[in-house]
Ligand binder design. Sequence first.
Ligand SMILES: NC(=O)c1ccc[n+]([C@@H]2O[C@H](COP(=O)([O-])OP(=O)(O)OC[C@H]3O[C@@H](n4cnc5c(N)ncnc54)[C@H](O)[C@@H]3O)[C@@H](O)[C@H]2O)c1
Ligand SMILES: N[C@H](CO)Cc1c[nH]c[nH+]1
Ligand SMILES: [Zn+2]
Length: 429
Amino acid sequence: MEVIKYPSREEWASLAQRPAMDVTALFDTVRTVLDEVRREGDAAVIRYEEKFDKIDPSTFRSLRVSEQELLEAEELVAEDLKQAIRRAKENIETFHASQRFTGKKVETAPGVTCWQKAVAIEKVGLYIPGGTAPLFSTVLMLAVPARIAGCREIVLCTPPGKDGKVHPAILFAAKVAGVSKIFKAGGIQAIAAMAYGTQSVPKVYKIFGPGNQYVTAAKQLVSLKEVAIDMPAGPSEVEVIADESANPAFIAADFLSQAEHGVDSQAMLVTASESIVEGVMQAIKEQLDRLPRKEITEKSLSHSRIIVLKDRQEVIDFTNLYAPEHLIIQTADYAAIAGQIENAGSVFMGPYTPESAGDYASGTNHTLPTNGYAKAYSGVNLDSFIKKITFQEITADGIRQLGGTIQTMAANEQLEAHRNAVTIRLNTL
Ligand SMILES: NC(=O)c1ccc[n+]([C@@H]2O[C@H](COP(=O)([O-])OP(=O)(O)OC[C@H]3O[C@@H](n4cnc5c(N)ncnc54)[C@H](O)[C@@H]3O)[C@@H](O)[C@H]2O)c1
Ligand SMILES: N[C@H](CO)Cc1c[nH]c[nH+]1
Ligand SMILES: [Zn+2]
C-alpha cells in the first residue's frame, strides 16, 4: 500500500483515480452477453450461468426460485440471523418511511394551481450480488424502500452458488422484505434478463443494485435505451479522514472493512497528521493477518492509499475531489468537517460510527454511487422508486391573466399553434 506525503494539488487527480480496468474488453463482453440474452432469453441466461458461475445446467429445473426452495431456505437460516435481519429491516423501514413525499398545491399566480404527485414505479428489478459473498443485506436495502414506495412487481436476480441454489439468507431476507419473484441469475445475464424480459424473467422499468464491474457496465449499457437504472454502484470504496485524536485500531478496521469486499475495492486514509501513519499501518498489518478474506483484501490494498496532506483545508478539498462512496470522519472536530463535505455517498461521523453500521442495520441505504459519481448522484432512497407527475389547473381568470405571457413567448419561438391554444380560449371569455 502506498503512502504519499504532501502531494501537490496538481497530483491530486491521479491520486483520486480508482483501480484501472480494461474498459474495451469489459464492454465487448457485456455487449455480447446482452445481445444473446435479448435474442434467446432463458437459454442464453442458463448458458452464461454455466460459463461464468460454473453452474451445472442440469440443476436448473427452472430459473425461478420455487415455493419449496423458499420453505427449505427458511429452515436453514439460524434464529439469531433471522432476528438480526428483522431488526435491520425495521430500522431501514423507519428511515426510508421518513422520506415519504409530501407534495403540496401551489398557486403560482391567481387562478394557476400546480402540484406534484408521487407514483411508484410499477415494475422494478433488484440485483443482489453473490459472486464473492451472498449480500443478503442488499436485499433489505432495495426491497424495503420498493415496498414502502408501493412498487407492484418486485423482481430479484442473484447468482446461485455452485450447487445451483440461492443462499438461504438471501431468500429469507427476500421473504421478510416482500419480494414477488426471485430468479437464479447473476452478472450481465441477470441485468439483460430484467432489461429485455425472457420466457421466465419479467421485463422491468428500472433496475437497481450494486455489483462488480460486469454488472455495473451492463446496467449502464441497458440504460441507454431499454430501462432506467438507479446509478453506477460498482466496487466498494471508503475514505477515512483522521487526526491524532483517533484510535489507530478503529481507523485500520474501517479501512479494511471495505477492502475485503472485492479485489477492485479501494480504501483511502486522508490525514493532515503525519504522526498517526505508522500506528495505522501497524494496526492494518495486525488486523489483516486475522482476516479470513486476506487474499482478496491484500489485492485491494495494492490500490489503496494513505495520503498525508498539508492541512485540514487540503483534506476537505481532496475529499470533495475524490467523492468517496463512504466517508468516515474520525477527528476531534468531525461535525465541523462533515459540514464542509459536498461530495460523498454516505458520511459516518465520530469514533463510534463504523461504516458497517450503515452497511447493515442503522437504517441508511448502503447502495451508493462509486467511482466519483457521488459528485452527481445520490444513493438509493425512497425517491429512487417513485416518479413524480406534475399536475396543473388554470381557471378562466387564471388564463385571462397569464395568457398574454404565454402568447408572447410562443410567438417569439415561432410556434403559432402553441399561441393559438391560448388565443382560442381567451376569445371565448
Ligand atoms: N456500491 C455499492 O453500493 C455496493 C454495495 C454492495 C456491494 N458492492 C460491490 O459489489 C460487488 C459484488 O461483486 P461480486 O463479484 O461479489 O458479485 P456480483 O454478483 O456483482 O458479480 C458476480 C457475477 O459476475 C459475473 N462474472 C464474473 N466473472 C465474469 C467474467 N469474467 N465475465 C463476465 N461475467 C463475469 C458472473 O456472472 C457472476 O454471477 C463488489 O465489487 C462490491 O464491492 C457495491
Ligand atoms: N459496503 C457495501 C456497499 O459498498 C455494502 C455491504 C453489504 N454487506 C456489507 N457491506
Ligand atoms: Zn461493506
